[in-house]
Design a protein around this ligand. Structure first.
Ligand code: 1HN
Length: 359
């Protein structure tokens, strides 16, 4: 018997005894895990899931009886991917939660390395102050808190309306945790000093023009509120002017006006309109995504599972799961993913093949 033949016929218990001997030296044999480490295709532990707002809203309102926004710091119900509970993650790289602020409440000023987005789901009249500028929140607005920017939230009402306000938070918490790069600080004052008038960043950067002499250095967009009224208007025009994409409907991505890239360095965001009767073709991508339904009813087939959606629902599409969207009414969906990070790493893959239908 030559050496190779002898080794191939070795009793596995002999190998196991060898593994036990190397373990105290913090060593492990690669050949036992190689296939799992470099899978032929993504093997996410995450599963598709949908959170019905009608189920969550009463529970959120009940939480306001249990704790104030101030005591909680942020009163949020975290949307956890059911297959990876306990990790505050909706995908391997992203955090999502629904945050409630009641009239008169304040969520105190702090800052952290993690970047956050707010997508306003229900109610109006709350505000957030970010780096010295305040913005009033309306349903469908997409608002950014850049890494390390001071931010506090409040709800003073607007136009005589005083109501609970709920938004979807999206943060890169799992990514920052992965890199062990997190820092955080509480502010000395509960509510930060407002240094600039409301609408200042939008006036400076939000009209396809930028100030000739500006010193914006951050990796995050200088616009921190992308108002729904304007994004929705663009989609309404497109719906009149061109046929929807067969996979995505009318889908626009939000941009950082200084770069054309994503508004946040770690998270990309989109708004799409599916016209009534739209029956999209299936597609998939390595960036798992979180969707928030703004308008209309429809259906999402995610990795072979079926979900009906309606306004204010949230659903998650895991990495490389096939997604097929249909709409029974004009439907508008906001979505976010870790796409810019995957692009920076050169690992993003997506497929719009007709063949995806087979999967
Ligand atoms: C946070 O600071 C906010 O500022 C929301 O509204 C959610 C989740 C984890 C850690 C910090 C906010 C958060 C968060």
């Amino acid at each position: 018997m030559n050496t190779a033949a002898r080794v191939e016929s070795i009793d596995t218990s002999i190998r196991r005894r060898y593994y036990e001997r190397i373990r105290p030296l913090n060593l492990t044999p690669l050949w036992e895990s190689l296939h799992a480490l470099v899978p032929r295709a993504p093997q996410t532990p995450c599963v598709p899931a949908l959170w019905r707002y009608d189920d969550i809203r009463p529970l959120l309102m009940e939480s306001a009886e249990l704790i104030t926004a101030e005591e909680a710091v942020r009163r949020v119900l975290v949307l956890e991917n059911p297959a990876i509970m306990g990790r505050s993650s909706i995908t391997q790289s992203l955090y999502a939660g629904l945050q409630l602020i009641m009239p008169g409440e304040v969520a105190p000023s702090h800052r952290h390395v993690q970047s956050a987005l707010r997508f306003i789901v229900d109610g109006k009249g709350a505000y957030t102050t970010v780096g010295g500028e305040r913005t009033t929140m309306y349903p469908g607005d997409f608002i950014i808190t850049p890494s390390w920017a001071w931010h506090d939230h409040g709800n003073e009402g607007i136009g005589g309306v005083s109501e609970p306000v709920v938004w979807l938070d999206g943060l890169d918490i799992p990514m920052v945790r992965f890199f062990d790069a997190g820092f955080a600080e509480n502010d000395d004052s509960k509510v930060q000093h407002v240094a600039r008038p409301e609408g200042h960043s939008l006036a400076r950067f939000g009209h396809n023009m930028v100030p000739v002499r500006h010193d914006h250095q951050s990796a995050t967009s200088p616009i921190f509120n992308y108002p729904y009224a304007r994004s929705r208007e663009a989609l309404a025009q497109l719906q009149k002017q061109e046929a929807p994409d067969a996979w995505l409907g009318h889908k626009l991505r939000y941009i950082n006006p200084l770069t054309g890239g994503s508004p946040m360095p770690t998270i990309s965001t989109n708004l799409q309109l599916l016209p009534a009767g739209f029956a999209g073709k299936p597609h998939r991508a390595t960036d798992g995504a979180v969707y928030s339904v703004v308008e209309g009813r429809g259906h999402a087939e995610i990795g072979g599972q079926h979900f009906d959606f309606q306004p204010r629902d949230t659903f998650v599409v895991p990495s490389w799961a096939s997604l097929r969207l249909t709409a029974s009414e004009d439907a508008v969906l906001f979505s976010f993913s870790d796409r810019p990070v995957q692009q920076a790493m050169g690992v993003l893959r997506e497929s719009f093949d007709e063949a995806a239908e087979a999967n």
